[in-house]
Design a protein around this ligand. Structure first.
Ligand SMILES: NC(=O)c1ccc[n+]([C@@H]2O[C@H](COP(=O)([O-])OP(=O)(O)OC[C@H]3O[C@@H](n4cnc5c(N)ncnc54)[C@H](OP(=O)(O)O)[C@@H]3O)[C@@H](O)[C@H]2O)c1
Length: 354
């Protein structure tokens, strides 16, 4: 049963969007008002408040209106990540989101540009594009249309589907930035990718291999064949083997696990080697210990970048990297997709198609 304050928030959201449209149209004339009343509507999935998937609700709201430096994209596919689940629950990026409830989550997109602002160069209506947008602010991708900045976009490779493109956004960007930001991987380097079957890990295995590394991937036995098929040279079943015993002389480690796992990694990486944690696992004491041991250690948070997306598009075009799409849900089954991802057993990526 909807309560009064929730209904009020919904009305406020719609009012806000109408005011935004009025502002964009430089509202002066009565016929602009008629335009507003008849505004084209789209389906969007709002989050009423942080918590469970029952807080998602599909509503109809006006298609957003772009500013001069933005483009409007009709979405064909989106993808979700653990950060979508954590943020929906009030963790993840929730503390960075200052917008009032209800909000629209979603960062990973693939679709077709339907409109470009007057100042936009480099993209035109009809271009198929993909990216991670606005992260860690609201991307608002749980909707049929989304507004994006051209600087965050790349042209979708023609040889892959929108699902495969939407998959290769936040997770692929993270893998690329983790392997390039604070480190130069050299041919023959021994690279350990933990959670190698996951969204980030499966791209990291392929990119590190392309860089010429000797790649070791960890997962349960069930995902061994997948990881080897992506180009890993060696597999470690983390249920059956101790990482300290199985992984030796490591030059670089990608840590998507955090917690106690990260401190263990200091015993595995070589002096002069690198640990990149995407789980904030490198606490101040661990960073200090790493410095004493001569280990290059960094926590990173992925950021939007059209330039990095172009690099990823190049990899996808040439078949250097491929997206493993674990499961595709219809857009209106977003809640089920969140529940599936929350199990933590995804091999590859979960996408949603429109
Ligand atoms: N800092 C950043 O910018 C950033 C960016 C992206 C992601 N992240 C974070 O990084 C983590 C991974 O993201 P993701 O998208 O790759 O997640 P994901 O796709 O949900 O990862 C699922 C995979 O993790 C594997 N796994 C779980 N526990 C494992 C362990 N102890 N050792 C090895 N593999 C394990 C599972 O393999 P098995 O079933 O075989 O165990 C499964 O294939 C998430 O917590 C996410 O929030 C951070």
């Amino acid at each position: 049963m909807e309560n009064g304050s929730y209904k009020f928030s919904l009305i406020m959201l719609q009012m806000y969007q109408i005011i935004e449209i009025m502002y964009q149209f430089n509202y002066k004339y009565w016929y602009n008002f008629v335009l507003l009343i008849r505004a084209v509507k789209m389906k969007a999935i709002i989050l009423k408040e942080f918590g469970g998937v029952e807080n998602f609700q599909t509503i109809e709201i006006p298609v957003p209106v772009i500013k001069a430096d933005e483009v409007l994209i009709k979405l064909k596919s989106i993808s979700i990540n653990p950060v979508d689940v954590k943020t929906r629950e009030g963790k993840g990026m929730a503390s960075r989101i200052k917008d009032p409830m209800p909000i629209i989550l979603g960062w990973d997109i693939s679709g077709v540009i339907t409109e470009t602002g007057a100042d936009v160069t480099g993209f035109k209506a009809g271009d198929e594009v993909f990216s991670m947008i606005e992260f860690p602010k609201l991307g608002k991708a749980y909707a049929e249309y989304v507004v994006a900045k051209p600087s965050e976009l790349a042209i979708k490779p023609a040889n892959i589907s929108h699902d495969e493109a939407a998959a290769a956004t936040l997770a692929a960007l993270t893998a690329w930035q983790a392997l390039t930001l604070h480190v130069t991987i050299k041919s023959g380097d021994r690279v350990l990718i933990q959670a190698a079957a996951g969204g980030v890990g499966h791209y990291a295995v392929q990119i590190a291999k392309h860089m010429g590394a000797y790649v070791i991937g960890t997962s349960s036995a069930a995902n061994k064949d997948l990881i080897l098929s992506l180009g890993a040279d060696e597999h470690i079943d983390y249920h059956a083997q101790s990482l300290e015993q199985a992984a030796k002389n490591i030059d670089y480690i990608l840590d998507p696990i955090g917690g106690d796992n990260t401190s263990l990694l200091l015993n595995i990486v070589k002096k002069g080697g690198t640990i990149i944690s995407i789980m904030g696992g490198l606490t101040e004491p661990l960073l200090q210990k790493a410095a004493e041991l001569g280990i290059n250690a960094h926590n990173i948070l992925v950021y939007p970048s059209g330039a990095d997306m172009e690099t990823i598009a190049g990899f996808l075009t040439k078949g250097i990297v491929k997206s493993v799409v674990y499961k595709t849900f219809p857009f209106d089954q977003l809640a089920d997709a969140h529940l599936e991802l929350a199990k933590g057993r995804t091999a590859g990526k979960i996408t949603l198609a429109f």
